[in-house]
Ligand binder design. Structure first.
Ligand SMILES: Nc1nc2c(ncn2[C@@H]2O[C@H](COP(=O)(O)OP(=O)(O)O)[C@@H](O)[C@H]2O)c(=O)[nH]1
Ligand SMILES: [Mg+2]
Length: 329
């Protein structure tokens, strides 16, 4: 089918069948914030919820893509179907990316049971979180049993991207001290499973002890995040890492925890996307409205205090400025 020939119906049917071209097209529509993408996900949403989403986060270069590739190989051996969405602009998960490495990512591209997609970071209306969420739902509707989401673990947008995952795996390597500090300081949320990759590195054991000691401070948790030393390139401990992910899933599934987490995650995504859109709208209106821009000038000249400006702007843009206090002027 030619590029433009897809309709809402043929795309939905194609995605349901797990047709690669339909999926690829649908995700491109999502990336471009095309109206058809929203219709499509609206149609397919009632059929989603079967896929299990595994978020893989961590600093650039620690081996996230390599580990995902090794995990995909492992779960493919169990004949489970897989989707991968990578939003790692620094090292896109492309055909050539890991070619020549021992893990032949190229093999996965030929495997009809695997769908791999790197997502661009260009301007989605609701940001990257929106595009990733929509792509995940499409892979779910396409019948992928497991979906890996790769993101670099830094910044609010990554937190929002990973926020939809059922299990979050943090990948570190010896030397990723910043992340360890972030964990320690409570800046980074405690992940569900931690992999310390490149265990061939001499400092791996030290890192393991350090991470364990940080986790031991938090005794309240019902789930204690396991820490696994891995070597993605040789596939070492990949099976063990997978078993920890499965153990976390089993933990969530017992006593309805998974339902609860998904409810929370979905609500969080709705708020995240709504906030991103609201912010974009706000910035757009202020930029286009000389009167609102003048308010900012008045703030700068100390003729109007900042929160009075906030109130006037919110009133004008969202009609929510006069909720409290008296009239600013
Ligand atoms: N020595 C060693 N190198 C690895 C390992 N895993 C990945 N690498 C290498 O680390 C580099 C970054 O890997 P990549 O998977 O792209 O990391 P990402 O940026 O976290 O996705 C690549 O050159 C890999 O070949 C490992 O377990 N041991
Ligand atoms: Mg990567």
């Amino acid at each position: 089918m030619a590029r433009g020939d897809w309709t809402r119906e043929t795309l939905a049917a194609g995605v349901r069948e797990g047709d690669r071209r339909a999926l690829a097209r649908a995700i491109t529509l999502v990336e471009n914030s095309e109206p058809l993408a929203y219709d499509l996900v609206r149609d397919l949403y009632p059929e989603t919820g079967a896929a299990y989403a595994i978020g893989v986060t961590g600093p650039p270069g620690v081996g996230k893509s390599s580990l995902i590739s090794a995990l995909v190989r492992h779960v493919r051996a169990q004949e489970r179907t897989v989707g991968v969405i990578s939003v790692d602009p620094s090292s896109p998960f492309t055909k050539g990316a890991l070619l020549g490495d021992r893990i032949r990512l190229a093999d996965h591209f030929l495997d009809p049971g695997v769908f791999i997609r790197s997502m661009g970071t260009r301007g989605h209306l609701g940001g990257l979180a929106e595009a990733t969420l929509q792509a995940l739902l499409l892979l779910d509707a396409a019948g992928k049993e497991l979906v890996f989401l790769e993101t670099v673990g830094a910044g609010q947008s990554e937190v929002e991207v990973i926020g939809i995952a059922d299990t979050v795996v943090l990948v570190l390597m010896p030397g990723s001290g910043d992340s360890v500090q972030a964990l320690k300081a409570g800046i980074m949320e405690i992940p569900d499973v931690i992999a310390i990759n490149k265990m061939d590195h001499p400092a791996a054991k030290t890192m393991l002890n350090e991470v364990r000691s940080i986790l031991s401070l938090d005794r309240e948790r019902a789930w204690r995040p396991p820490v696994v030393l891995t070597e993605a390139m040789r596939g070492e401990n990949v099976e063990e890492l997978w078993s920890k992910i499965e153990a976390h899933r089993a933990f969530l599934e017992s006593e309805g925890e998974l339902e609860e987490r998904r409810r929370r995650n979905l609500a969080g995504e709705v708020f995240a996307v709504a906030s991103t859109r609201a912010k974009a709208h706000l910035e757009g209106v202020v930029a286009d409205d000389p009167e609102l821009r003048r308010l900012l000038d008045e703030v700068q000249r100390r003729e109007l205090d900042p929160l009075s400006a906030v109130r006037e702007i919110l009133d004008k843009v969202f009609h929510i400025g006069d909720q409290n206090g008296t009239d600013p002027r």
